[in-house]
Design a protein around this ligand. Structure first.
Ligand code: SF4
Ligand code: FES
Length: 240
């Protein structure tokens, strides 16, 4: 089948503004969007810029906007898009992050927000015997969130960031929940300062766009709401 990829191009060194360029690609229905992009890069236009690494939905480097929805090019089947939305597929870079070239964005702000919630186990207490034990039920409280590949699809999908660019964003909050809900962690109060800021968890308005876009099926909105409840509970407990 022939498909047309309408791709946003932008080279800040030579272009005044982003523009769209169309490529016609011969593709098998079961190929992925990433396969089509690689065909363009190899056989039509080597100047096209996009990131990819694993090609199997694991590294998180090829997130982009596909017909206005955020996701991984390597997990998007051509037939799934074409059957629903026709044979012209619009491909754009993720939103809210500066474009470095074409579909490549500078993810520094996304990662700096992620690092700000201290995404690691914090616990200075001595380890009992050999290790910090945890039951399967306790692990299931946050199991989905451990699958995050930091692709930033949820970040680009979030409507709140359109008006509130300082908002921490869905991925950082879901990862804060991942450790706050971990029975082995003692870092809630350390993360609280960032989570409880005006631009921490509170701007989330439950649009669910993050949850819908996540290629790892993480229950992001639910985890954000649980984080809000943890903060409210902590407030109640510490009130004098
Ligand atoms: S929560 Fe999902 S969409 Fe967001 S960065 Fe992690 S894997 Fe990507
Ligand atoms: S290339 Fe690694 S997730 Fe798509």
């Amino acid at each position: 089948m022939k498909i047309i990829l309408k791709i946003q191009r932008y080279n800040p060194d030579t272009d005044k503004a982003p523009y769209f360029q169309e490529y016609t690609v011969e593709a098998e229905p079961n190929e992925r969007l990433l396969d089509a992009l690689m065909k363009i890069k190899r056989f039509q236009d080597g100047s096209l810029g996009f990131r990819k690494s694993c090609a199997h939905g694991v590294c998180g480097s090829d997130a982009m906007r596909i017909n206005g929805k955020d996701g991984l090019a390597c997990k998007t089947l051509i037939k799934a898009v074409v059957e629903k939305e026709g044979d012209t597929v619009t491909v754009e870079p993720l939103r809210y992050l500066p474009v470095q070239r074409d579909l490549i964005v500078d993810q520094s702000e996304f990662f700096s927000k992620y690092r700000s919630i201290k995404p690691y186990l914090i616990n200075d207490e001595p380890v009992a015997e050999k290790e910090r034990l945890q039951s399967q039920e306790e692990r299931m409280q946050f199991d989905d969130t451990t699958n995050c590949i930091l692709c930033a699809s949820c970040y680009s999908a979030c409507p709140v960031l359109e008006d509130t660019s300082a908002f921490l964003g869905p991925a950082a909050i879901a990862q804060a929940y991942r450790f706050n809900a971990d029975t082995r962690d003692r870092g809630f109060e350390v993360r609280l300062g960032v989570l409880n800021r005006a631009d921490g968890v509170w701007p989330c308005q439950n649009h669910f766009k993050c949850t819908q876009s996540c290629p790892r099926s993480i229950l992001i909105t639910k985890r954000i709401n649980q984080t809000k409840r943890m903060i409210e509970k902590h407030r109640g407990e510490t009130k004098t």
